[in-house]
Design a protein around this ligand. Structure first.
Ligand code: FAD
Length: 353
């Protein structure tokens, strides 16, 4: 026996909650299925020193501003978890957890959602499962022979895990810069930061708020047929949040070029230079967690599915939310997910009954 509803939202992180907010406003009947046993999505698993790259007021979901975190202009992950928990309760969003979705199938006029807690049948599905659950590790030679510890960003919590060790941090994005800074500032850890190309720190005054403005201006310009400014990517890659600034100003944030391979004891560059290491932290990004959509046989490239806005090309009853800019500008941010969530709810309401 399957449970009937208008819409199933898969994932109860920020994107799933923003979808819920807009579905409720359109009087649609819906259920949010979330694999975790508590609210907060990926934020529950992020490292202790992580700071948002925007102030609280610029990290808000639709309808309810994120409150200021006492003593912190840029809130930590625990504050986001508290905010998402309160948001869920404030709007009385029907989140069922823990429920893991295994597959979404076509079933005549409806979609069938198979889970470890039974089956749901819906007119439409919004997939909002994020990326944290699919860490990406590059194919670097020697990864299997290295005898030290290897963790991905998802396994990092605090410098104490690496006390007294020689640690190589790989990756020139925000996670790499923040974790490298965290380790470098801790003391007692021999940290080396390696990046494929020289890291590009944004100017100190450019935070997530400014990036959002740039992305919005770019979208408007493109919509108006004006030339592409290059948007956010033309400014740099790394937001100089407080720990990154502190490490940079102390001269501790110097990057080395990427090594060629790992050995049993460490890493080696193409010119033969070697360095010993006890651990490697791979801050090398994520891929969208979409395996539950495989039964639909949709096409895509590099782990993304083809979309028109949030709607899947090839399955108009399926929308994708969050993940990255390919599901809407800034869709994978707290402040940016509201707009694509609204569009998805709007288009679902207009689906033929
Ligand atoms: C290190 C880091 C720092 C970031 N900093 C910022 C920042 O400062 N500001 C900002 O706006 N954004 C930031 N982001 C980006 C983004 O806001 C977060 O990644 C956010 O967690 C994305 O929310 P989401 O709801 O799309 O996905 P998630 O938070 O990952 O939520 C998805 C939910 O779906 C569930 N799920 C997954 N698969 C299934 C399944 N098959 N069945 C049922 N449930 C499932 C998961 O358990 C999870 O609860 C950051 C991201 C990272 C990685």
């Amino acid at each position: 026996m399957s449970r009937q509803t208008d819409v199933v939202v898969i994932g109860g992180g920020q994107a799933g909650l923003a979808a819920g907010y807009h579905l409720r406003r359109r009087n649609l009947d819906f259920t949010i299925l979330d694999a975790q046993d508590a609210p907060g999505g990926a934020w529950r698993h992020m490292w202790d020193s992580l700071r948002l790259f925007s102030p609280a007021a610029f990290s808000s979901l639709p309808g309810r501003p994120m409150p200021h975190q006492f003593g912190r202009e840029y809130p930590d992950a625990a504050h986001v978890v508290d905010y998402l928990t309160a948001y869920e309760h404030r709007y009385d969003l029907p989140v069922v957890r823990p429920v893991r979705v295994h597959g979404v199938h076509r079933d005549g006029a409806r979609l069938r959602v198979e889970t470890d807690a039974g089956t749901w049948s819906a007119r439409a599905v919004i997939s909002a499962t994020g990326t944290w659950w699919r860490p990406f590790l590059p194919a670097v030679p020697g990864r299997e022979v290295f005898t030290g510890r290897q963790v991905h960003t998802t396994g990092y919590r605090s410098p104490e895990q690496f006390a007294g060790q020689r640690v190589v941090v790989v990756g020139g994005g925000n996670s790499g810069a923040q974790i490298a800074s965290d380790l470098a500032l801790h003391g007692g850890i021999e940290m080396m930061w390696v990046t494929r190309r020289p890291p590009r720190l944004l100017p100190d005054h450019v935070d997530g708020r400014a990036l959002f403005d740039v992305a919005t201006a770019r979208r408007r310009a493109l919509e108006a047929g004006l030339p592409d400014s290059g948007g956010v990517a033309s400014l740099g890659d790394i937001v100089a949040v407080e720990p990154v600034r502190a490490a940079r100003d102390a001269g501790l944030l110097k990057a080395q070029p990427m090594f060629a391979r790992l050995t049993r004891e460490g890493v080696v560059w193409a010119d033969g230079t070697a360095a010993g290491a006890d651990a490697v932290i791979w801050c090398t990004g994520f891929r969208p967690a979409l395996s539950h959509l495989a039964p639909l046989g949709l096409r895509g490239r590099r782990g993304h599915l083809a979309t028109d806005g949030t709607r899947a090309v090839g399955e108009p009853r399926l929308h994708l939310l969050g993940y990255g800019d390919w599901t809407g500008p800034a869709s994978a941010t707290l402040i940016g997910v509201g707009r694509p969530a609204r569009d998805a709810a709007h288009r679902i309401r207009d689906l033929p009954a």
